[in-house]
Design a protein around this ligand. Structure first.
Ligand code: GLN
Length: 260
């Protein structure tokens, strides 16, 4: 019987404008982890020329971070794509959005100079940058993943590690859960100990780094959900040698004084 050739298409939001903090590494990790399981992997770079039809082919959506200026450029085009991105969100397509990109998926983002950008409103959250004169949230970030996600994938390691660099402070509304609970660092706003957001299968995080090389469990969460949604069945992922990734993860935990 011919072996079913499985493949995933990864949509990468505005690579030329939203990879300021090395977040393109997340794309490399996802593509390699898909290929190393023997599946096909295609990356579609999403920009102003990407059509709704192309967006509908996407199995995972990935967005990185950027400075306010690039966010103002991106949002003008992203709003034109709202229906297509919302269709992916509503249908359970997994996504990972770091810092500047999820700020645009909430209700609004107020930039450092006071410009209020309307967001796509997918995440029930608001972000306000307090202004250039106020301290930015910069440093190592360690957080404990929320229960919903951990129970969805039994045995998942419970920490995530990253590096944050943002001015915006995000407040979550009632319609969204945090991705994780801050152990070290600021997370969404440096006050309420929430880090990121989780809604449907869209994950928002403030963790740059890039994030996925030191958090292979989150990469496989995204891949598993993408395969399930596309092929309508649980497809086991062959275990990979993640010793280097976990060594890096645990080095950050030790550096931050976290013992798990
Ligand atoms: N410009 C946004 C802020 O300062 C996002 C920064 C980022 O993506 N790291 O909060």
């Amino acid at each position: 019987m011919k072996k079913l050739s499985l493949s995933l298409t990864i949509g990468w939001l505005y690579p030329e404008l939203m990879s300021t903090y090395g977040d393109r590494g997340n794309i490399f990790v996802l593509k390699q982890r898909v290929l190393r399981r023997g599946f096909g992997a295609e990356v579609i770079e999403i920009d102003h020329s990407t059509t709704g039809k192309e967006l509908s082919r996407i199995d995972m959506v990935i967005g990185g971070g950027s400075q306010d200026r690039e966010q103002e450029i991106v949002i003008s085009d992203l709003l034109k794509k709202k229906d297509a991105i919302k269709a992916l969100f509503d249908s359970g397509t997994p996504g990972l959005f770091v810092c500047g990109s999820p700020q645009l998926l909430g209700h609004s983002y107020m930039t450092g100079d006071g410009t209020k950008l309307s967001g796509l409103g997918l995440f029930d959250m608001e972000t306000i940058h307090p202004g250039a004169g106020k301290p930015r949230c910069i440093g190592n970030l360690v957080a404990e993943i929320c229960d919903d996600m951990r129970y969805a994938r039994g045995g998942m390691r419970k920490t995530i590690v990253g590096f944050e660099n943002h001015g915006g402070r995000t407040i979550l509304g009632r319609g969204v859960k945090p991705f994780a609970h801050v152990l070290v660092g600021n997370g969404n706003n440096g006050n309420d100990k929430t880090e990121g957001a989780l809604c449907n299968n869209f994950i928002a995080t403030y963790s740059h780094g890039p994030f996925l090389p030191k958090n292979p469990h989150i990469a496989d969460y995204l891949i598993s959900h993408a395969l399930y949604k596309k092929y309508k069945k649980n497809i086991a992922l062959k275990a990979l040698d993640d010793s280097l990734a976990w060594n890096a993860h645990e080095a950050v935990l030790r550096k931050c004084g976290i013992v798990i």
